[in-house]
Design a protein around this ligand. Structure first.
Ligand code: TXA
Ligand code: MG
Length: 366
């Protein structure tokens, strides 16, 4: 089968532009930096090559994508994929997404690819969209969580693309990768955050700067019946509906398991709650505990002059807000506060994914 790939020159050019993705550790570091115990490497062509060989040999590699960082293993190697679960502390029955170099590889992983899947792949790949399709019989159970479906995504980040292309050259046709965070915690959007999460459980962290979208991919289930949205993301439900020509179903109890759909997920360790804009100032002025015990993620509310606790002014626009969200929550989580107060963002189509993550970040199960 012919695999469509960007010519090498093009890929090299893309690589040079990764810094525009943000201000990750790679902006300041040399080829290899020890952070905690994980080796963080600037994503040069040589280091990506090394990462591809490590993956091929069964090691875990963390790598940048345009959504969040992934913790990757060769998707055809059951032992390697099992190591992902051990490193994350994630329950074994949760499926992981398989990342592909190109949509042309879909038939190796899915036994049927309908017109809807073709149309969505054509419209949004490479990009922040995961498609759940009926699995091919050769897909490992440890990848699908024993379900009859498989999640596929062609990521758009140039480092991820080059890594996938190099692995393909070595004979590997997919990287199984959940988000590079411990189970239930905030996803990592830069290399330093990955290193903070995993210590030496990861052979290598490829540093490609801060993730452009900052929240996980939109997930659409096309494995049975009508297409259904399993997880909102940067690609809106309206945009999906336009390509499919019909509206999507919203998740139901019949939907396949997805850990990102658990009520409490993506959560900081500090208790966090949402507070409407108009209530935030009032709540601050009637605080009963020392102000230093409260950390605030504001968006439109200005910091009161007398407030001396931790305060972050988040971007007002939804894409920029999402891009910084997890880094902001991580920062506030380290401030020793009793609670994180988050100003509730607006409603509206652009805010659906952010509001979904904030609901889960603020949900405490008993
Ligand atoms: O943006 C993303 O999707 C990132 C980057 C690294 O690609 N990955 C990510 O993976 O967020 P993870 O494992 O943290 O979340 C993927 C979600 C999980 O909730 C998982 O249960 C679901 O996708 N998923 C994967 N395969 C599935 C399948 N066959 N059926 C239903 N859900 C599936
Ligand atoms: Mg995750």
């Amino acid at each position: 089968m012919e695999i469509a790939r960007a010519p090498r020159g093009q890929r090299r050019k893309d690589l040079n532009s990764t810094k525009s993705q943000g201000t990750g550790v790679g902006d300041a570091t040399g080829p290899v930096e020890k952070l905690g115990q994980s080796a963080v490497s600037a994503a040069t062509a040589e280091q990506i090559e090394r990462a591809a060989h490590l993956l091929h040999a069964g090691a875990l590699i963390a790598f940048p994508t345009e959504t969040v960082y992934g913790l990757g293993a060769d998707a055809r190697n059951a032992d390697a994929v099992r190591r992902i679960f051990a490193a994350k502390g994630r329950p074994a029955e949760h499926p992981v997404i398989v990342h592909l170099a190109s949509a042309d590889l879909m038939p190796r992983w899915a036994r049927s690819i309908g017109a809807g899947a073709e149309a969505l792949a054509q419209a949004f790949w490479p990009g922040p969209l995961t498609l759940i399709l009926p699995r091919a019989s050769t897909v490992l159970d440890v990848v699908t969580g024993g379900q009859d479906s498989v999640g596929l995504r062609v990521p758009g980040h140039p480092v991820a693309q080059t890594l996938l292309a190099r692995l393909l050259d070595l004979g590997g046709d997919g990287i199984a990768a959940p988000s590079a965070n411990r189970f239930g915690r905030i996803s990592a959007t830069n290399a330093r955050h990955v290193a903070d999460e995993f210590g030496d459980a990861v052979a290598m962290v490829l540093d490609g700067g801060s993730s452009r979208h900052g929240i996980e991919s939109t997930i659409v289930d096309l494995s049975s019946g009508e297409p259904a949205l399993l997880r909102p993301g940067a690609i809106t439900i309206e945009a999906l509906g336009r390509v499919l020509g019909s509206a999507l179903r919203l998740p139901s109890s019949q939907s396949p398991r997805a850990s990102g759909t658990l009520a409490s997920h993506y959560a900081p360790q500090t208790a966090a709650r949402l507070i409407a804009s108009h209530e935030l100032i009032h709540a601050l002025s009637t605080l009963t505990k020392p102000v230093a015990r409260i950390a605030v993620l504001a968006r439109s509310v200005a910091k009161p002059l007398e407030f001396s606790g931790s305060w972050i002014d988040a971007p007002r626009e939804s894409a920029a807000y999402a891009q910084e969200l997890y880094a902001n929550l991580r920062t506030l989580d380290t401030r020793g506060a009793d609670e994180i107060w988050i100003e509730t963002p607006p409603d509206g189509p652009d805010w659906v994914a952010v509001n979904d993550r904030l609901r889960r970040a603020t949900h405490r199960s008993l």
